[in-house]
Design a protein around this ligand. Structure first.
Ligand SMILES: Cc1ncc(COP(=O)(O)O)c(C=O)c1O
Length: 374
């Protein structure tokens, strides 16, 4: 089956991991710091903390923003559930904001209408790699004294109005799962605009421990001494994963360019085909496309999905609206709340998109798709 997404692992990646495996450090050694510096550089230069997954990054990020019981988080339903569930784990109340009809991104006008004095975080997702409208979201955040979280699991390397993802929100989270643009196998990272927020993230991801004597409550100079200053978890990423990530990040520009080429090839072949709607790109963004989110109209998505899968093409659907999941249904969220996101879900079909996909494989996907529509 041709997958919808897949890692691209080079000999240099393998050599980088092997080198670490033969070194003294498998866990938190020097490569973690190098990888964090590279993530920071790829995300606008703000402090970065690596962690074990994009889900962990979200859990860390909401904590770093001070989210707690009773706070409200305005969140897009058009995402993987972790964007929302990581906030629920802190006791926050989710308020789902509907999406824009064309991009599937959180709609800033709806966010503005839903914001209250309890809104603590506005959580956007750069769906498919296309950044949300952060300048518009910022106006609401400033008005309500709320923070913005960018779930950038899809969008490392994307640019909005000349600014890199990582500079757009108070805190940005990345996933390095194998289907994503850059991989560490499992892995993630948090990038924060403010040093204090980054430090809170770092503390939580390492069990709340510090060995920094300047942070000790009482002076201690024993070599073994450390303090636990806050509750936390072990969300540390290891040196082997970071070696892979570091080597992958060196190809970020190349990955982004290849994904853009493949997207353009799909657009060219499909934009005039009846019964399809190709992805929208706003003029002020330069996305690192993670998905190719095609829309199949006239209620035919299921039929096209089944036919393409039967032909060996691993198309995917991204995403089931978050509040449709039983965990949120049980909390009282009702279907119909965000009609545009639900319509988007009903039509969406992600075509294969990954750097090693060849031009002839794309052409085959297009042929099978057009055949399925006949
Ligand atoms: C938008 C979004 N957020 C969060 C995640 C969670 O990332 P991970 O799988 O690394 O935990 C994903 C990954 O599937 C995602 O697509």
């Amino acid at each position: 089956m041709l997958p919808y997404g897949k890692q691209s692992v080079s000999d240099a990646d393998v050599a980088a991991v092997t080198h670490v495996m033969q070194s003294d450090w498998l866990t938190t050694g020097p490569t973690v710091a190098c990888f964090e510096a590279a993530v920071s550089a790829a995300a606008g230069g703000h402090p970065a903390v690596s962690c074990t997954s994009g889900t962990a990054a979200l859990h860390i990020a909401y904590n770093a923003l001070g989210l707690g019981r009773g706070d409200e988080v305005i969140v897009t339903p058009m995402t993987f559930v972790a964007t929302a569930s990581a906030a629920s784990l802190w006791g926050a109340k989710l308020v789902f904001a509907d999406t824009e009809d064309d991009t599937g991104l959180i709609d800033p006008a709806i966010v503005d209408a839903l914001a209250t004095s309890k809104t603590r975080v506005i959580a956007a997702v750069d769906y498919a790699g296309h950044p949300a409208d952060y300048d518009a979201l910022r106006q609401t955040a400033v008005r309500m004294d709320a923070r913005i979280l960018d779930d950038a699991a899809h969008s490392i390397g994307s640019v909005y109005r000349g600014r890199l993802v990582g500079e757009l929100a108070d805190i940005t989270t990345f996933s390095f799962f194998p289907t994503k643009t850059v991989t560490t196998a499992e892995g993630g990272a948090v990038v924060a605009l403010e040093q204090a927020v980054a430090e809170r993230a770092r503390m939580f991801h390492t069990i709340g421990m510090t060995r920094d004597s300047t942070q000790f409550r009482s002076p201690h100079d024993e070599g073994w001494y450390y303090e636990v200053r806050a509750l936390g978890l072990n969300y540390r990423l290891n040196d082997m994963a970071c070696a892979l990530g570091l080597s992958q990040l060196a190809r970020l520009r190349q990955f982004k360019a290849r994904r853009a080429e493949l997207t353009a090839r799909y657009n060219e072949a499909l934009s005039a085909v009846d019964g399809l709607r190709t992805p929208t790109q706003r003029p002020d963004v330069d996305p690192a496309w993670h998905l190719y989110p095609l829309r199949v109209l006239d209620g035919r998505r299921r039929e096209v999905y089944d036919k393409m899968r039967a032909a060996g093409i691993g198309v995917q659907v991204n995403y089931i609206p978050v509040y449709w999941h039983p965990v949120y249904e049980d909390m009282g969220y009702k279907r119909g709340m965000c009609p545009r996101a639900e319509d988007f879900y009903a039509e969406e079909l992600s075509l294969p998109l990954f750097p090693d996909l060849t031009g002839s494989q794309v052409d085959h996907v297009i042929d099978v798709l057009i055949g399925a529509l006949k």
